[in-house]
Ligand binder design. Structure first.
Ligand SMILES: Cc1ncc(COP(=O)(O)O)c(C=O)c1O
Length: 423
């Protein structure tokens, strides 16, 4: 195997580059090209950051023009043309048509930082300390965000510091038929349950890292109803699942609920730039100036590409229709493979899909074989037993079919080996 400087000098903490161990040089839409000229179809999309693909030509041109005019790149939270334009477009094309009223907080540029801001604000507003989070949740790797994350191995480095958290089963957790909402309701009503009224509940409507676990509309509506009745704030983490992944800009569109805060990041900039946003119900925006400060809040280059992406993809319904068509292609593929013995479950919403295999070993094997055949796909779930399909929403039909056909072939071959007991 070729050795790179990265192998020698980069910290042990590096991860994706261990699985996809080649030197990449460029990328366009749904294809990453390695130094040796080999081309890889991207079913990973920067873990949900490249919903509009790599280097979208329109966004690239808007950015180049902005740079040519010496547009401001870094301006702390100064008022700039780029920020004004982004805010107007976000209001006019995203919030107003959906009848949503939020203040915009530009947090530090990672998803985790908007989660931190949401948790801090919820605690400050309610003057309570506990946050409810769910099994298999993933909210980021900083202290607060990690404290509400499920995975024990990821929390190892903060061990006992994950305080002020109540963990509850997500909908359909292990198919145990647990009614989490009734359970929580009863515990909150019982003065002796030991559970104090929490400040907030934080939830992903679809758990991306946790295994593509999809909460139903009804369950989410009931959860939000409980929050309203009890005065608990509800925070939606749309970091991986927002910006069109489910075919709508927000995953909960059409649901009868309104979150108090929404964390948005990853594909928000449209171009892979770090950008993170916390949407806040104006009534709870009680921050003092600078109370959640940061040097890189609202990167102007990201404002520019984000505004252009919203204009391009969210001015009408065409993009949503395209996502729905591609989703139905993935759905048909999932139904074709669902009978294989090595498959424990299939899940899909929009253009995120999970194929749960019987073991982590099987999922890793398919991932590695896929990479050998020039398809980049990752695993997720409690033990990495779920293959996660997360192609760019702009993937060509040709490359989508290439990836799905390849996966079908690899899954079928592996299933045959499994049945012949050679696995
Ligand atoms: C749902 C969710 N929340 C939060 C995060 C953290 O985002 P970041 O890695 O940008 O801090 C992620 C990252 O994968 C995520 O999927």
């Amino acid at each position: 195997m070729v050795k790179y400087s990265s192998d020698q000098y980069e910290s042990n903490v590096r991860s994706y580059c261990r699985d996809y161990h080649v030197l990449f040089k460029k990328a366009r839409n749904d294809i990453l090209e390695a130094n040796d000229g080999k081309k890889y179809v991207d079913f990973l999309s920067g873990a949900g950051t490249l919903n509009y693909g790599h280097n979208h030509p329109l966004l690239k041109n808007v950015l180049i023009n902005y740079l040519k005019k010496d547009g401001i790149i870094h301006g702390l939270d100064f008022i700039t043309n780029a920020k004004e334009n982004f805010i107007e477009i976000f209001q006019n094309k995203i919030l107003e048509p959906r009848d949503l009223k939020y203040k915009l907080q530009f947090t530090g540029p990672t998803g985790a930082n908007s989660v931190e801001a949401a948790l801090k604000l919820a605690r400050k507003f309610t003057n309570r300390s506990n946050i409810v989070c769910f099994t298999n949740a993933f909210h980021g790797m900083s202290m607060g965000a990690l404290s509400v994350t499920g995975s024990i191995s990821r929390r190892e480095s903060i061990s006992t510091l994950a305080n002020g958290v109540i963990r509850l089963p997500f909908e359909n957790y292990k198919n145990l038929n647990i009614d989490t909402i009734t359970l929580l309701q009863n515990m909150l009503d019982d003065p002796s349950s030991g559970v104090e009224l929490p400040a907030a509940i934080i939830i992903e409507t679809i758990q991306g890292e946790g295994g593509v676990n999809i909460a139903s509309k009804e369950w989410l509506e009931n959860l939000c109803c409980l929050c309203r009745n009890k005065g608990i704030l509800i925070i939606f983490d749309e970091i991986q699942i927002g910006c069109g992944r489910t075919s709508k800009f927000f995953s909960f569109e059409g649901y009868n609920l309104v979150p108090d805060m929404i964390c948005v990041s990853k594909s928000l900039s449209g171009f892979g730039f770090p950008m993170s946003l916390l949407l806040i119900n104006p009534d709870i925006d009680i921050w003092s100036p600078g109370e959640h400060n940061g040097t890189f809040r609202g990167h102007n280059a990201a404002f520019v590409t984000s505004a252009a992406a919203i204009n391009q993809f969210w001015s009408d319904d065409l993009f949503q229709q395209e996502i729905q068509m591609k989703s139905s292609i993935i759905d048909t593929f999932l139904k074709r493979i669902s009978f294989l013995e090595i498959i424990a479950g299939i899940r899909i919403k929009g253009m995120i899909a999970g194929i749960e295999l019987l073991s982590q070993y099987l999922a890793e094997k398919i991932k590695s074989l896929a990479f050998d055949s020039k398809l980049i796909i990752e695993t997720c779930g409690p033990s990495g037993e779920v293959l996660k399909l997360l192609p760019p929403l702009t993937i060509t039909y040709e490359n989508l079919n290439y990836g799905l056909d390849l996966l079908e072939k690899l899954l079928t071959e592996t299933n045959n080996e499994f049945k012949n007991k050679s696995l």
